[in-house]
Design a protein around this ligand. Structure first.
Ligand SMILES: NC(=O)C1=CN([C@@H]2O[C@H](COP(=O)(O)OP(=O)(O)OC[C@H]3O[C@@H](n4cnc5c(N)ncnc54)[C@H](O)[C@@H]3O)[C@@H](O)[C@H]2O)[C@@H](O)CC1
Ligand SMILES: [K+]
Length: 496
């Protein structure tokens, strides 16, 4: 068993991949895998809460419930006061889970069909709760009874250890089951022990909030097991590439930021986004940063190290161009040329909306050559516009949406959101695990675009630049002092 850390590129598998692995693991295991899963759960429970005496296991009607029953048996045998609430009838449990129920009963574990309220008094306050209601079999909306049990777990003041995944979570998308929107219908765990392999939903959408610390037990994985291609890898990029001592400003590349429409239709200037991206590129260590406001005017109050130049005077072919930030409608008029001529390109925000609205620009993006790598950084709504699908469809399979975009537009895609996905043609997608809700404010996307531009300028390929930048951007937010407001401009200045 191991704690899933950000420093390894853990493979992520979907249901099919898990089933393929499961069948092989079971074939070479002398005992049912459920026995191993239950023992691992009990061991982790003991390690997490060594002094826990009163433990409640909420067990569901499938094999996830079976894992819970196995764990309950061990904890009972180790002297803990364990109560199991079993949702459903024991005779309806699948074979392995039914056998686990029999073993737990024979060992003397108390198993009720009720929630704790009615029997808690004789037991005293709980020290630990184990969520064994639903695992990989969770596909449909929660039944009313299951909803009540999930809410009971969430009301429980004791720490919660979820088996395989928190109940209520779609293991593949990280969304709530049945596209529910009420997060009260999702167990909020302090720890999640997942089996066989990491699942995408744990690292995306609501999974990021609901899982707590994630642990993985591969249930006896060994050499000789044939591993199907993973759906994705966790992004293990090191946040900070080191600058070589033997370098000069030319070694770190020139970044040009094109954006910042002066007066938008609503009468407000939009230079801030472009200035943020430029500031980010500057602080991230690009050799030189040129700010090109689409108004043709020069911005005031910008760092003196930023150069300013009209976009028409840029030597686009030689530059690492970041285009779109606050570009408004005006960016539409420059896009064809930017796509055709820019050496390396990061497209963000209004640049992406321009592409989504114009088939010719999409062709222009697809026709960029291998020597003109491109990174696009859509949030889910921008991705939905580009793919001509709904945001819900994007969110229900973020890995697929990112990969489809990458293949269609022949570029690297950074699909932002909870669990940013980085995809590119011919690459296994990466799921970024750093970052938190504090990044969900205006301007942080501009900072990310500028940071990617800087990393490309420093010599990283498009995919690596995107992975590295996403890791660093998120890590900064994770390390941000809790009592200090995180703003995009402060974030840009903290890059190094
Ligand atoms: N199959 C195996 O070899 C192993 C399975 N393991 C455990 O088994 C789990 C998967 O077991 P299952 O496939 O039985 O699936 P689950 O135990 O996740 O759930 C299936 C049961 O829940 C019910 N159900 C599904 N969605 C529901 C909803 N929304 N509301 C109410 N009831 C719902 C189904 O009717 C079925 O009775 C894994 O997550 C893992 O915890 C582990 O023991 C490792 C080995
Ligand atoms: K569970």
């Amino acid at each position: 068993m191991q704690r899933l850390s950000r420093t390894s590129a853990w493979p992520v598998h979907g249901r099919q991949g898990i089933q393929v692995l499961e069948a092989q693991l079971q074939a070479c295991s002398p005992i049912p895998l459920m026995g191993k899963a239950g023992l691992a759960t009990a061991q982790l429970a003991l390690a997490l809460a060594p002094y826990a005496q009163r433990i409640w296991v909420a067990a569901g009607p499938g094999n996830n419930g079976g894992d819970g029953l196995e764990a309950a048996m061990h904890l009972h045998q180790w002297g803990k006061a364990v109560r199991v609430s079993l949702l459903g009838k024991a005779q309806n449990l699948p074979a392995d889970a039914h056998a686990a129920w029999q073993r737990a009963q024979a060992a003397g574990v108390q198993i009720n069909s009720e929630l704790p309220a009615s029997w808690l008094e004789d037991m005293g306050p709980l020290d630990l709760c184990i969520d064994a209601l639903l695992g990989m079999g969770a596909t449909r909306p929660l039944s009313c009874e299951m909803q009540t049990w999930v809410q009971a777990i969430n009301r429980c003041p004791a720490p919660v250890l979820a088996i395989d995944l928190p109940t209520g979570l779609n293991p593949e998308s990280g969304q709530l089951l049945g596209d529910a929107t009420d997060t009260a219908l999702l167990v909020q765990a302090d720890h999640t022990l997942t089996f066989i392999a990491a699942k995408a939903g744990l690292f995306m959408g609501h999974g990021r909030d609901a899982c707590g610390q994630i642990w993985l037990d591969c249930l006896g994985f060994r050499d000789g097991i044939s591993v199907p291609p993973p759906q994705a890898l966790l992004n293990d990029s090191k946040p900070r590439p080191i600058k070589r001592h033997a370098s000069h400003k030319g070694s770190h590349g020139d970044v040009a930021i094109i954006g910042g429409e002066a007066m938008a239709a609503h009468g407000m200037g939009m230079t801030g986004a472009a200035v943020l991206a430029a500031t980010a590129a500057l602080h991230a260590g690009a050799g030189r940063v040129i700010l090109s406001l689409l108004s043709g005017q020069h911005a005031e109050s910008v760092p003196p190290d930023l150069m300013q130049r009209e976009w028409q005077r840029l030597d686009l072919e030689k530059l690492h161009v970041v285009c779109g930030c606050g570009g408004g409608q005006t960016v539409q008029s420059v896009m064809a040329e930017v796509l055709r001529r820019s050496g390396q390109l990061v497209l963000d925000a209004d640049g992406l909306n321009a592409v989504a609205q114009d088939d010719k620009l999409q062709v222009g993006l697809r026709q960029r050559t291998d020597a003109q790598p491109t990174v696009i950084t859509p949030h889910p709504l921008e991705a939905a516009r580009l793919l001509n699908i709904s945001t819900t469809e994007v969110q229900s399979d973020r890995l697929k949406a990112a990969q489809n975009l990458a293949d269609q537009l022949r570029c690297t895609v950074v699909l932002k959101g909870s669990g940013t996905v980085i995809a590119a043609p011919g690459q296994t997608p990466r799921i970024n695990t750093s970052g938190n809700g504090r990044l969900a404010i205006g301007g942080t996307g501009d900072v990310l675009a500028g940071l990617i531009g800087a990393r490309m300028a420093q010599g990283l390929g498009a995919f690596d630049a995107a992975c590295t930048a996403a890791a660093q951007h998120g890590q900064l937010a994770d390390d941000w002092p809790p009592n200090k407001a995180l703003t995009a401009s402060r974030l840009a200045q903290r890059l190094a």
